[in-house]
Design a protein around this ligand. Sequence first.
Ligand code: 5AD
Ligand code: SF4
Length: 499
Amino acid sequence: MSTPVQLAPTAPAPVAPEPAVAAPPRFVHVQTFGCQMNVNDTDRIHQVLAPYNYLPTDDPAKASLILLNTCSIRDRAEQKMLSQLGRLAPLKAFNDELILGVSGCVAQQEGAALLDKVPYLDLVFGPDHIATLPSLLDRIRGGERRLSETTFYKREDFTFVEAEPRGDTRVTEFVTIMKGCDKVCSYCIVPFTRGREVSKPPDMIRREVERLVASGAREVTLLGQNVNSYGKDLLGPDAGPRWGRQPTFPELLRDIDAVPGLERIRFTTSHPMDAIDGLIALFGELRTLCEYFHLPVQAGHDRILSEMRRFYTVDVYRETVRKLRERCPGLALSTDIIVGFPGETDDECEATLALLAEIRFNFIYAFKYSERPGTRAAKMGDTVPEDVKKARLNRVQALQEGITREIMESYVGQTVEVLFEGPSSRSAREADGTFQREPGATPPRVASVGLQMTGTTRTHAQVNVEVPAGEFWSRRWVGQLAQVAITEARANTLFGRLL
Ligand code: 5AD
Ligand code: SF4
C-alpha cells in the first residue's frame, strides 16, 4: 500500500540551472493520465525543458527521457500507470541514457515508495517540482540515480511556470489559475497530492490569456480544483501592482472578460460552499461568461454529504441552483456524482437518483467510490460491494442518459451560437489529415459524405454542421462564431444548419 504524504510544506524555493544553449538535442516523451490539470502540467513540462534542448516526441523508443504524468483520483488510473511502466521498462535495456520518471499525483502520493516498488524507475517528482525538473535531470545525469522529490513548497515560495502557447493553440484552451485544494472532502486524495491552494497572480493569468488569444484561442476554461475560492491566499502585494489588493474570483473573471478577441470564458471546478453569490451575479452581465456551470453535488442525501465532509445539505445545493437559474434562465448545469460511498444504503442512493430527476442536469460525471489511501473515508472501509456499486452507477447513468437526451432534443428548432473548433471527428478521419496541411492542399476523395465542422454552444453542447466542401478546406470556419439552426439531436451531439 502507498504511504500517505504529509501536507507540511518544507522545501526551499526552486532554482533551475542555467539553460545549456549548446546542449545536444534530446527527445522527451510524456504520457498524460487523468484530468485537464495534468494535461496542462504536461505542457509546462515541455515548456521548462525546451530551453535545455529537449524536443517532444510521440515515440518512446526515441526518447532519452520518458515521463508518465499520473493521476490518482481513483484506483484504476493508478493501475493503468503501473502497467504502462511495465511496458516501457524494456527500453531501458537498449538505452543507457534513458531516464524513466513518474510525475503528477501518484508520484506525489507515493514518493520514494514508488522507487522501491518499481526497481527500474529513475525519478519521481510531484506537481510542485515541474519548475525544477531541469535541475533534477542534471542531478541524475551527474550520477545521482533514483531521485524522489515530493515536498510541497511554502505558499510564499511556490512559483507558477508562466504558460507560453504551445505553437498549436486550439480555439478552446485551458488556463490554470490556481493549484491545490484547501477543502477536506473525506474521499478525496487531491489535498494530499496537490497540496494547499495557491492562486496564480492575476496579471500572470491575464498575460497567459492574452497570449493564447493572440495565437488563435477564442475560448478559455479557467482551471483549478476549487476556482471560486481563487485569490483568498493572495494578499495585496502578491496580487501585483495593477491590483494592490486581494482579488476575488468574480473580479478575475471581470478582468479576463475584458481581453480583446476573447469570446468565451468557462471555469471548472467550483465547490458549492465558496463565495457563490458574487459569481451568480456575473451571469448575463459579462459578455464572455458562458451559460454553463459545473457544480459537483456528489450525492443527494444529507447523511452522505455530511460523511463526505462537503459542508452543505441537499437543500443548500437546491437553493444555489434555484438562484443560478433565476439569474440565468438558459443556464446549462453539470455535476459530479459518487455512488457507493462507505455506508451508502439503497435508500440513500435513491435520494441521489431523485435529486438528478429533480434538478435535471444537462450532463453528469458519475463515479464508483474508490478508496484512496490516507483519506478520512478510507478509515470507514470500502463497505459497498463492487457489484452493488456497479448496479448503482448503471442506474444513475441510465436515468441521466434519458434526461440528457430530452434536453438535447429540446434544442431542435432553436437557433444557437456555435464556436467552431475544427472538422468533426468523422470528417477529420475521412480527410486523412489533409485538414492539418496548408490551405490549398488537394482535398481528399471524401465528397460522397457531407463534410462537417464541429463546435460548441455557449451551454457546452457539441454541434456538428455541414459546410460546403470548398470552404471546409479553407480553414475559414475554425475559430468563427456562427448562428446555427438545430435540426437534429443525438445522444451527445446536435446537428444543425448554418444561418
Ligand atoms: N472515488 C470516486 N470518485 C472520486 N472523486 C474524487 N475522489 C473520488 C474517489 N475517491 C470524483 C469526485 C470529484 C471528481 C473530480 O472525482 O466526484 O468531483
Ligand atoms: Fe477533492 Fe473536495 Fe478538493 Fe474537489 S473540493 S479536489 S473533491 S477535496
